[in-house]
Design a protein around this ligand. Structure first.
Ligand SMILES: *[C@@H]1O[C@H](CO)[C@@H](O)[C@H](O)[C@H]1NC(C)=O
Ligand SMILES: *[C@@H]1O[C@H](CO)[C@@H](O)[C@H](O)[C@H]1NC(C)=O
Ligand SMILES: [Mg+2]
Length: 282
């Protein structure tokens, strides 16, 4: 079914005008480059490995943007390299390093409630005498004790700051649906009567940090993702053009989403890149 669909940009004339100033692409990873799960940790989506190569040789700037918070970027990137992708750690914007930047900027010393595998991302952050809490998808480490420790830090602060690496409700793994960080973030918000600051998609600040790293303006960038709300909606609110791919978590009803309308829908990353490069060539 997907293969027989054609790409559709709402207003083609407008589209080519828009592309004129494009300097960089921001790509979501899961559902755009590969589908996660299974033995090797995932399978590349057909054409994506080549598409990444084409972007790199086109002279466009490229940044990968993920909400992955269960592994360090090193591990995550290693997996993608194993799958065949030309990608290095410095090209990836992820919630943990974005949170580190915020911590440094605001002189915050975190108490960490994150997955053990993500702790190394915070290696050069001062964690003594914490004045905030950083919560991520800690999975099995979301014990009563660990949550309560985080609660005690927050409730003891005059100005409690809670940074959350994403706010997903749940996600899917091979053995079923799993509670995501948002659920535990809400628990701490409720207990302390505070509002967390979410670092990750769809937060504007998160997309902005990807653009800062590319040194381009929002109107010079195109985001390509499979999540209509978090990728497309988030990027558009940041002032970027955004395309939805019909791979990963895409569902046909996304194209009639009540709140978010993508600037274009494409069958997959390979097709998006072909269309964009063809326009830029003109
Ligand atoms: C997290 O869970 C692992 C495995 O159950 C355990 O070895 C580790 O000590 C836990 N870490 C924390 C900080 O609770
Ligand atoms: C975050 O990542 C997980 C996989 O790691 C995915 O299933 C989930 O949908 C993602 N959430 C958002 C908001 O992108
Ligand atoms: Mg995705």
């Amino acid at each position: 079914m997907q293969a027989s669909r054609v790409y559709s940009f709402p207003v083609m004339a407008d589209w080519s005008k828009r592309l004129a100033g494009i300097k960089g692409l921001v790509l979501d990873i899961s559902g755009v480059l590969y589908d996660s799960g299974g033995e090797g940790g995932g399978v590349p989506i057909p054409g994506s490995i080549e598409a990444v190569k084409k972007i790199k040789s086109s002279g466009l700037k490229l940044r990968f943007c993920t909400n992955e918070t269960q592994a360090t970027r090193d591990k995550f990137v290693e997996k993608l390299q194993r799958l065949g992708f030309d990608i290095v750690v410095d090209e990836v914007t992820a919630p943990a390093p974005a949170a580190c930047r915020i911590l440094k900027e605001r002189n915050l010393r975190p108490h960490l409630l994150v997955h053990d595998d993500v702790i190394p991302e915070f290696a050069d952050i001062n964690k003594a005498d914490p004045n905030c809490v950083v919560i991520g998808d800690a999975a099995d480490n979301f014990s009563y004790k660990n949550l309560n420790d985080a609660f005690q830090v927050l409730i003891g602060l005059e100005n409690p700051v809670l940074l959350s690496l994403g706010k997903g409700r749940y996600y899917k793994e091979t053995d079923g649906l799993k509670l995501d960080v948002g659920v535990y973030m809400k628990a701490l918000e409720y207990a302390c009567d505070i509002q967390a600051e979410v670092v990750g998609k769809p937060a504007k600040m998160f997309f902005q940090s990807a653009l800062t790293e590319m040194d381009i303006e929002p109107h010079q960038a195109i985001m390509i993702g499979d999540d209509i709300v978090n990728d497309v909606g988030g990027a558009q609110r940041c002032g970027m053009t955004a395309l939805q791919v019909r791979t990963g978590k895409y569902r046909p009803c996304d194209e009639q989403h009540p709140e978010v309308k993508a600037d274009g829908y494409v069958n997959n990353l390979a097709e998006a890149v072909d269309v964009i490069l063809k326009q830029l060539d003109k």
